[in-house]
Design a protein around this ligand. Structure first.
Ligand SMILES: C[S@@+](CC[C@H](N)C(=O)[O-])C[C@H]1O[C@@H](n2cnc3c(N)ncnc32)[C@H](O)[C@@H]1O
Length: 251
């Protein structure tokens, strides 16, 4: 079976904003992850924000509703078309582009913030992506991200349980070998001139296997998720990295 099958996103694009779409649970992560991101950016109004791997635009619209000036980029032209159509229907001005994270079509030192959520586990090259994000960020700008660690726990939960057994996530959407550990990511960030890095577990499923099952059951019944931030980074983790320099302030 093909792994990290990105064609899935093209196939999903037309239904991206339907509440019954396979990808729709991704939209529910934003209120949770921004509890963490807001620690570093308390006021988003007027900030130039780039969302890398924006899909059909859940995070771009979430950011635009909070007053950010938003640009989104994704490798899937179909997702970008869906994102543009939805932004038009909601009246949000978002600048969307088709393109890859490894070669961002933007001038250097342009954005105050880059968000990259649920994407680093899919890109072809994490170091190149991080270097590109570092290039387009203003000095002192923030990269805010979440991604999957490469551990036996993430393989067990994300691949075997959620993809292969319960089929809650499309089979083949992840390639476990492409997951990146917090240590590897920190090294890439430091090499790309990010001087401050903070990473915490994005504990969607709970600390204990039983509470993981409880959360899955709750999700199954209600369609909603809960999360906490802690030191458990074995599956899903969230973080902030700040580019060297200080030409911006986030209020
Ligand atoms: C799990 S989805 C996340 C979408 C969005 N960030 C969200 O959370 O709603 C992963 C997205 O990353 C995009 N993607 C994967 N590799 C990419 C790359 N190298 N450059 C740009 N986008 C990429 C996919 O097309 C897909 O839309």
């Amino acid at each position: 079976m093909e792994r990290n099958n990105l064609a899935f996103y093209d196939q999903q694009a037309a239904q991206w904003w339907d509440e019954t779409a396979t990808v729709f649970p991704l939209s529910q992560l934003n209120p949770l992850r921004f509890q963490f991101f807001d620690r570093y950016v308390p006021d988003w109004r007027g900030l130039q924000v780039l969302d890398v791997g924006c899909g059909g635009g859940y995070t771009c619209e979430f950011l635009a509703q909070r007053g950010a000036v938003v640009t989104g980029i994704d490798q899937s032209a179909a997702c970008i078309a869906a994102a543009q159509a939805h932004a038009q229907s909601t009246g949000l001005a978002i600048d969307y582009h088709t393109g890859v994270a490894e070669q961002l079509p933007f001038a250097g030192d342009r954005f105050d913030i880059v968000t990259c959520v649920d994407v680093l586990e899919h890109v072809q090259s994490v170091p190149t992506t991080i270097a590109e994000i570092g290039r387009v960020l203003k000095p002192g700008g923030f990269l805010l991200f979440d991604t999957l660690n490469r551990t036996w726990q993430s393989r067990l939960l994300m691949i075997w349980l959620l993809e292969d057994w319960l089929r809650l996530i499309p089979q083949g959407i992840h390639d476990w070998r492409q997951f990146v550990s917090p240590e590897e990511l920190t090294r890439h960030l430091q090499q790309a001139d990010f001087w401050e890095v903070e990473i915490q577990g994005f504990d969607l499923f709970g600390r204990h296997p039983l509470s993981q099952l409880q959360t899955l059951w709750y999700y199954w019944q209600t369609g909603s998720l809960w999360a906490k931030f802690d030191d458990i980074t074995q599956v899903f983790y969230i973080g902030m990295a700040r580019k060297h320099g200080n030409s911006m302030s986030t209020g």
